[in-house]
Design a protein. Structure first.
Length: 321
């Protein structure tokens, strides 16, 4: 396996105010045993737009890599302080990441292969934002401006979709701020923006999801159906939110996705927070009391045999695209 890390923004291109020195980046997991052209999956960990949860990154990449795909994990812009609305920055990050991979497609042995994006919860919202709004995103760097940012398909895992009745308000508050305009909320209520040009989708969620109402995936599936977009939609009867691969998460795989959080916490401890109230600063310092986040602490989910089949089902779906 060939592994490496690359920043997706060149020096001077990235200026999110609460980055604290972080630059969005890709971690690659590429097959190097032959020159075979392979499909590619770009994985975005969820985390309410506050963090990129480690258990939804490298562990997922391993699963798809072991099934023959080349895999990337994107650590995109988040804000653990919930003090500087992200607005379009995460959407610009994922758009650039798709263009970056396509620019290097021959080098990565995916030329002619499909690029599938895969997100969880809030990053499911981010993936759905790209497949509904990709035409709106212009890249000012001439190296990428003419490269397509439209994925060939999207896997949306227990996704946040709507800003309406079934919204996960905490995610949208972090993305847009608590004083978002009606226009912003409409733009990021993604069931309203599916079109005939939206790529095919694979959705899965559990009926008992306690954080993101299952109606989110139903709303998006119905919108896809209305526009005639091919999709698969699985709703499993039981399982908590944040299942990821539904495997043991007790090791330290993928903790690199916490880079921005580590930098933000360090800045807060040094009194360098951007627009962070004293109350929020103290909450974060208590929550992240260690100097760095170097182990996966997500609770291991109880066995959910049927939901655990989602990766196999997704691979069948990919093979039919």
């Amino acid at each position: 396996m060939k592994q490496f890390r690359e920043n997706i923004w060149d020096e001077g291109e990235y200026n999110y105010a609460a980055a604290y020195g972080f630059v969005p980046n890709l971690h690659a997991y590429l097959h190097d045993e032959d020159d075979k052209t392979r499909d590619c999956i770009l994985i975005l960990p969820g985390g309410g737009y506050r963090i990129c949860a480690p258990h939804e990154g490298e562990l997922v990449a391993d699963e798809f890599y072991n099934r023959g795909m080349n895999a990337f994990v994107l650590t995109y812009s988040t804000d653990v302080t919930q003090s500087v609305p992200l607005k379009e920055q995460p959407l610009n990050d994922i758009s650039r990441a798709v263009r970056y991979i396509r620019k290097h497609a021959d080098e990565y042995n995916i030329s002619g292969g499909r690029i599938i994006i895969c997100g969880f919860s809030a990053s499911g919202h981010l993936c759905a934002s790209l497949i509904t709004h990709y035409k709106d995103i212009n890249d000012t760097n001439p190296e990428y401006a003419d490269i397509s940012n439209r994925p060939d398909g999207a896997i949306l895992s227990y996704p946040v979709i709507t800003s309406g009745e079934y919204s996960h308000t905490d995610s949208l508050n972090t993305l847009l701020g608590k004083n978002a305009s009606a226009e912003e909320l409409d733009y990021f209520s993604l069931e309203k923006h599916v079109s005939v040009d939206t790529p095919p989708c694979f959705l899965w969620q559990t009926q008992t999801d306690e954080l993101v109402p299952v109606e989110n995936s139903y709303l998006f599936a119905m919108a896809l159906r209305k526009e005639g977009i091919p999709f698969a939609h699985y709703v499993f009867p039981t399982g908590t939110h944040g299942l990821g691969t539904i495997k043991n998460t007790s090791d330290n795989k993928g903790v690199y996705t916490m880079e921005q959080v580590n930098l933000a916490v360090k800045a807060l401890k040094e009194g360098r927070g951007v627009n962070v109230s004293d109350m929020r600063r103290n909450e974060i310092i208590e929550e992240f009391s260690a100097d760095t986040y170097d182990t996966i602490t997500a609770t291991e989910p109880a066995p959910v045999e049927d939901a655990g089949l989602w990766i196999e089902l997704a691979c069948v779906w990919i093979s039919r695209l």
